[in-house]
Design a protein around this ligand. Sequence first.
Ligand SMILES: [Zn+2]
Length: 284
Amino acid sequence: MPELPEVETMVRGIRPALEGERIVAATLSHIDILRGVTRPKLLAALTGARIERVFRRAKHGVLQLAIKSPTKRTTETRYFILQPGMTGNLLIYDRPLSPAEAKYAVLRARLGRGGEFVFRDVRRIGALRLLTQSGWEQYDRALGPEPLDPGLTPARFADALRHSRAAIKKVLMDQRKLVGVGNIYANEALFSAGIDPSKPASRVSADAYVRLYHETRRILQAAIDAEGTTFRDYRTSTGEPGNFQLELNVYEREGERCRQCGTRLAGTHDIDARITVFCWRCQR
Ligand SMILES: [Zn+2]
């Protein structure tokens, strides 16, 4: 599943082609990825909309749109939220799509300058939402802080996580507490910080939280610099697989040797439904 670095990479890829651009026509192949909006409403809002801003919040891409109100002559703001889910990609095409590319193009938006913005989703586990200003504010408030926000201090980071008795790994992945971290980066950050992933968040020491704060930010930033870890279905905005520059220490390395101490890495599904890989010697 794309986590913060992968979505950030996608958003950075599409931003230059979209900001300030107008959508002249839009089509949607399936409605099963719509949440709280109908196809006619979404397409009516997109058609003619000006894309004011393209950004990321949590693991979602957001297009801030200026749309002409059909009744009044005023301009209204809408937030078009694209949640890539497991297999979703945000893509820009400056040429006609091949039949293979068009096959999984769920949303297609033709741009005023030519070219197309495409939300491609092979398995359609992703989601599309259209929110008003107040709807957006509510949505934003329900999410935790951004781990790479320059204003997020170690103290605020620890405060967001430590009030739960659930396993620290689960809490780190809880988007209401802190956004952007999924299974891959939770495994990696806990290993690098030397924290047992099954330890209750309320029992993680203050020192360990400081380490976790720095390691989480360092790893997410390194993954962004590497343009996202490569997933089976992950593509950058130009359809390229991500680089393999970021070396993962534990994720998908169950049974292999710990790079720090040589112990065989353990794997468990007991903490959550996902695989947790850890070194019982380095993570106490
Ligand atoms: Zn180790």
